[in-house]
Design a protein around this ligand. Sequence first.
Ligand code: GH3
Ligand code: MG
Ligand code: MG
Ligand code: MG
Length: 312
Amino acid sequence: SLALPLDMVELGAWLTSLSQSETKPYSIMVVDDDEIAAQTYGLALEAAGMEATIVTDAVKACDEINRCAPDLVLMDMNMPTADGLEVASVMRLSRKNLSLPIVFLSAEKDMERQREARKIGGDDFISKPVDLEGLASLIAIRAERARALRQVMDRDSLTGLLNHARFKDRVADELGRSRRTGSTFSLCLLDLDHFKRVNDTHGHLCGDRVLRTLAHSLQGTLRQTDVIARYGGEEFAVLLVGTDATRAQIVMDKVRTSFEQLKFDGPETSFSVTVSVGVSSEQMGSSVEGLIGRADEALYIAKDNGRNRVVI
Ligand code: GH3
Ligand code: MG
Ligand code: MG
Ligand code: MG
């Protein structure tokens, strides 16, 4: 569930992010060695407002999942390059695919194989030939619930940002990419200054509003490819892709100065809040823990040196 827009937030940016998340069509991966059949299903899904990615070589299906992050997989059972059941078992090995619905589509008449398909975690089994309209509506319903589930699993309910666990996954992914391609990135930890005081003075609901406001201003300021998360209570974490520490300091300083200028209305008085930031950047042989540890040390220095500052 999305929070109401706030007076201090740029309404435009908020509405844009809201409409994007609401209208983004369901992305369905269709895995079938029979290209004509796959295209037919794809067209039926697209006619119902979804997006279809066709994969005819089952061996490539798992890699494709990482690339296109589908809301649902619709898969044939009997394919020459790999058995649909085996492909599904491999998909289920990844924690990321826990909530991914896998719908089997097959001419398979053998009840034992159908049972097996359900046993490895297939969510539905549809017999060929299929009623295309029925297929599309079933897929849309499954995809909708999967997306809602993923929202609960991956996101923080107060701010809608990625949660702590998913943030660490993304840092690990980015570290892997950086090792393969030599790309650079920075990790920033943000901690609100004297936030306990804000709660004590203006109440926790007001404090919650401050947290949402910082989340929205990060979303409004950073790039679409950057990763923004709620790390914990009043702490946020940001991964700036393709950005070295010097550049990250400039970016985060912009966030810091625009945030300190916001005026919040408390029950009795209006007030402003500041934020301290620690930055670390990818170096040869970094680990997720190493990066977070170094950002944390920088954050500690920022606090120690008077808060409301960015330290690299
Ligand atoms: P410092 O500048 O050293 O970071 O001081 P601080 O007061 O921000 O730090 P401290 O760790 O003492 O307090 C953090 C506060 O953040 C305490 C806690 O109640 C508040 N907090 C954590 N999560 C939430 C939340 O979800 N909502 C609200 N309103 N407050 C929260
Ligand atoms: Mg087949
Ligand atoms: Mg803290
Ligand atoms: Mg704090």
